[in-house]
Write a protein that binds this ligand. Structure first.
Ligand code: HEC
Ligand code: HEC
Ligand code: HEC
Ligand code: HEC
Ligand code: HEC
Ligand code: HEC
Length: 434
């Protein structure tokens, strides 16, 4: 998709520059730099301005939490950011010492008042959390912690509401990741990355009063309609230790009885996992299509599937990768057993994952797939401008990281990512918008 070699032979009018821009240089700035560099016939492999680069991303392409926790909770606010810091060099090195990494949300500094999660944390999760602190003790800003070869902030209690527009959902919230020199605290580099978050779960499409999901129930509240129906259908099977009508002991955490690996919740043995239960019960009630999945996954407004495979000619949607409602409902180990990029029907062994999950897999130089390609459902280049910001800052345009000198101080002539050879980049004037 990004073969510079082919473009080189097809097009004339070429200016060659190597780009090594790090930090927060945005596109406009970059274009300016390119012009200047091309006029002075910049040499190949200019040394980058900074000696460090940071790749950062949200582990999942979308996190969903409940709009209202008063009656029930499927998922709490819980975003997870990862970052890898690279010391630029020949060869480059992924580092976790000598630097500290912070995260913050410049326009999303508080959650209490944007979500009522903190009014129900004790009843739902058995902990009384300080305001704006999530289930892992992490807040909306702070230090990221070293976990093996990367930095993490796990369980950020982020909402979809910016401070500047606290009632308008914006599912593509922006985090700032700042790398500092340990000790001195001098900033080395930073990145702006999306933390995707949404409450767009449309149970309301069918579970409204006397709606098709509960045609004899009308409590006045969608969530209570669902709980009443669940009691009618299943209360005689509620396991020991979990008896009593759900309606009488709200708020209800579904994971109390149905296991979910999203929360590491074991559930009650013998009951279906939440994923199996939900997809089985709703099989045949929504079409096996993108719009069908958007009934519960965010959603007709959010359109969480924004990656290159959905927007390119291949038009891959949920069912192409995950299968139908029926197939999802029969899956063992939900969340841990997901589609693979290296499936023979997809990209094959040339793009092998070294772990069962894409999000845990690494490739070239120990860099995570998501570091170069971004999260699932947001695989670069994504449709959303916010997703493109970090790629434009590093390499002047959207798309996967393919400029070797973001990490290497000179352009390597040996094979790079996916064991391929790459020529130095060619910049065309006027710049082609790809
Ligand atoms: C496209 C319509 C539709 C949507 C959207 C929908 N449901 Fe349903 N749901 C149904 C129908 C139809 C039934 C079956 C009703 C019956 O058996 O009387 C049902 C049944 C249920 C049941 C009862 C399961 C049982 O047998 O115990 C639960 C719980 C439930 N839905 C929860 C939800 C939740 C939570 C959401 C949102 C995340 C949701 N539903 C979204 C249509 C829908
Ligand atoms: C007190 C325990 C308990 C809680 C809490 C609970 N469930 Fe259930 N649920 C059950 C039992 C028991 C069944 C019946 C299982 C069976 O038929 O094998 C069931 C069945 C279901 C089914 C139908 C499964 C199917 O295959 O048809 C759905 C859907 C469901 N639950 C969704 C939910 C949702 C959503 C929540 C949270 C709002 C929830 N449950 C909370 C115990 C619970
Ligand atoms: C009626 C609501 C509903 C519909 C429709 C729905 N889902 Fe889900 N889905 C859920 C809920 C709720 C969860 C979260 C379960 C959990 O927390 O473990 C989930 C989780 C998942 C997961 C992660 C867990 C796993 O099984 O690996 C996948 C993948 C998934 N859904 C795929 C799909 C696809 C594909 C479609 C459309 C064909 C779809 N879903 C339609 C409610 C729905
Ligand atoms: C191009 C293939 C592809 C398409 C299209 C796709 N997914 Fe996924 N999905 C994946 C992969 C791969 C994972 C596993 C990511 C990982 O490693 O955690 C995944 C994971 C998930 C998860 C688990 C949470 C997570 O992010 O890991 C859910 C839920 C999910 N997908 C729902 C959907 C829905 C709903 C759609 C359509 C709107 C969809 N997917 C479209 C490939 C796809
Ligand atoms: C250091 C950056 C980097 C890392 C890490 C990386 N890739 Fe890539 N990837 C690239 C570049 C550059 C290309 C474009 C060249 C090509 O097609 O081989 C690419 C291409 C791909 C393609 C082909 C896309 C197409 O258009 O056909 C797939 C699939 C892919 N990578 C999957 C992965 C997976 C899976 C991982 C992790 C196991 C991974 N990548 C890790 C840089 C990276
Ligand atoms: C995101 C950072 C990153 C990018 C981008 C990147 N590399 Fe690397 N590369 C590394 C790391 C880290 C190593 C591992 C060095 C080691 O093993 O100590 C490495 C090692 C290598 C090596 C072997 C060691 C050496 O320096 O000779 C080659 C060859 C190489 N990369 C080629 C490439 C090519 C070609 C590209 C561009 C298409 C590229 N790399 C892009 C991070 C990167």
């Amino acid at each position: 998709m990004n073969s510079k070699v082919n473009l080189n032979s097809i097009l004339g009018l070429i200016v060659v520059v190597t780009i090594a821009i790090t930090g927060s240089v945005l596109l406009g700035n970059w274009l300016h730099n390119v012009e200047a560099a091309s006029l002075s016939h910049a040499p190949l492999a200019q040394l980058p301005a900074s000696q460090y680069a940071v790749l950062a991303w949200n582990d999942l392409g979308m996190h969903c939490y409940n709009r209202d926790f008063k009656d029930l909770a499927v998922l709490p606010p819980f975003n997870t950011l990862w970052a890898q810091v690279i010391e630029i060099g020949d060869p480059p090195q992924v580092i976790t010492t000598g630097v500290s990494v912070e995260f913050l949300f410049a326009d999303n500094t508080y959650s209490v008042g944007k979500s009522n999660f903190w009014s129900y944390d004790q009843q739902l999760f058995g902990v009384d959390l300080p305001p704006n602190v999530g289930l892992t003790g992490v807040g909306l800003s702070g230090q990221m912690t070293v976990t093996g070869d990367h930095f993490e902030a796990v369980g950020i209690p982020l909402t979809e509401f910016s401070d500047s527009a606290p009632t308008t959902p914006d599912p593509y919230q922006l985090a700032t990741i700042i790398v500092k020199q340990a000790g001195s605290g001098v900033e080395l580099t930073r990145a702006t990355v999306v933390a995707p978050v949404s409450t767009e779960m449309h149970c309301d499409y069918c579970h409204y009063n006397f709606g098709p999901g509960n045609d004899d129930i009308g409590t006045g509240v969608v969530e209570q309609n669902i709980l009443t129906l669940h009691d009618e259908e299943n209360s005689d099977e509620y396991p020991p230790g979990h008896t009593g009508m759900l309606m009488n002991r709200r708020p209800i955490l579904c994971a109390e009885c149905h296991s979910t690996n999203a929360l590491g919740a074991p559930g009650v043995a013998g009951l279906p996992s939440l994923s199996n239960a939900m997809h089985e019960q709703h099989d045949g009630k929504v079409p096996d299509s993108l719009d069908g999945c958007y009934n519960c996954h965010p959603g007709p407004q959010t359109k969480c599937l924004r990656d290159v495979m959905a927007s390119s000619n291949s038009k891959l949607y949920c069912v192409d990768c995950h299968g139908t409602m029926y197939q999802v409902s029969k899956k063992r180990n939900p969340w841990l057993n997901e589609p693979r990029c290296d499936n023979v029907a997809c990209h094959g062994s040339g793009y092998a994952q070294d772990q069962p999950l894409y999000r845990m897999s690494k490739e070239h130089g120990g860099v995570y797939c998501e570091g170069c390609h971004d999260s699932t459902h947001a695989i670069a280049p994504s449709r959303e401008f916010n997703d493109s910001i970090k790629f434009s800052a590093l390499q002047g345009r959207n798309g996967p990281i393919d400029i070797c000198t973001i990490c290497h101080s000179s352009w390597p002539l040996l094979a790079g990512p996916h064991n391929k050879l790459y020529s130095p980049p060619i910049i065309y004037l006027p710049i082609l918008n790809r």
